[in-house]
Design a protein around this ligand. Structure first.
Ligand SMILES: [Zn+2]
Ligand SMILES: [Zn+2]
Length: 260
């Protein structure tokens, strides 16, 4: 059994874990006040002031606003209604003092607000240049290599012999050793990088779904915000950030990031 036939044997596993990711199509400019965009100013419900960093009190910067009702149908069914807003304070002091990478850091805010009664926020702070999300492109996405093990796909490396064996009970595979470079985990399945809605998170360090503080359940991945994609922003050294949500407590939202 060579690498090619192992890959073939893993096709059913790959197919069973395939998800749809939605890649944003953008235009420069803010678009509608209560629409989907990267950067710019947020929609604020009447009577609410611009969210501030809990550490430095300066206005948080809007990273992302998603009009959940305008999302492609499968995503809309999954995420419900309202405007999902993600704010962050990337000042170095705040990032360090509040562990800005951690899912429930005080240096960010993730919330869903009602778009029924409100308006575009008055200029505050130093917003990122706005980019309207004018549509979505559908793409197949696969589990990050960090998640293979949990999903029943095991790579057993022998670094002295430079070989790897692959086991996947789901498809009845227990392979003989093949050359390490002939069969890489990334080739079997990996999550795409870049900004995207749903699909699979691309983990940089390991599987880092946060735990809901209320029920301890694993939170669900919602959106990936990558370094230097649609926002001129770096998560540490070219890291990746993930918005997550508790499957039961829909108001519990988090933003965590990691870099290599
Ligand atoms: Zn701050
Ligand atoms: Zn919960």
């Amino acid at each position: 059994m060579d690498a090619k036939s192992i890959l073939k044997a893993l096709h059913p596993w790959r197919d069973s874990h395939k998800r749809t990711a939605w890649l944003p199509k953008v235009k420069s400019g803010p678009g509608p006040a209560a629409g989907s965009r990267f950067g710019g100013l947020p929609w604020l419900p009447s009577g609410e002031s611009h969210p501030a960093c809990e550490n430095c009190d300066r206005p948080l910067r809007l990273l992302l606003q998603l009009d959940l009702q305008s999302l492609p149908e499968p995503a809309r069914q999954h995420l419900g209604r309202g405007l999902l807003q993600v704010f962050y304070c990337e000042r170095e002091d705040c990032e360090q003092e509040c562990d800005g990478w951690s899912p429930f850091s005080e240096a960010h805010r993730v919330q869903v607000v009602d778009a029924a009664d409100g308006a575009l926020a008055a200029p505050a702070g130093n917003p990122f240049p706005p980019k309207e999300i004018s549509g979505w492109k559908q793409a197949d996405d696969y589990p990050s290599t960090a998640e293979h093990d949990e999903l029943g796909l095991d790579f057993e490396y022998d670094f002295d012999a430079n070989t790897v064996r692959v086991r996947c009970p789901e498809v009845g595979l227990d392979s003989p050793p093949v050359g390490i470079h002939d069969l890489e985990a990334e080739t079997v399945a990996n999550a795409s990088m870049g900004d995207k809605l749903l699909g699979w998170p691309h983990w940089i360090q390991g599987v880092e779904y946060p735990e809901c503080p209320k029920c301890k359940a694993r939170m669900e991945y919602v959106f990936q915000i990558d370094s230097e994609d649609n926002l001129p922003l770096m998560w540490g050294d070219m890291g990746t950030a993930h918005v997550t949500r508790c499957p039961t407590h829909r108001e519990v939202l988090a933003l965590g990031w990691a870099c290599g």
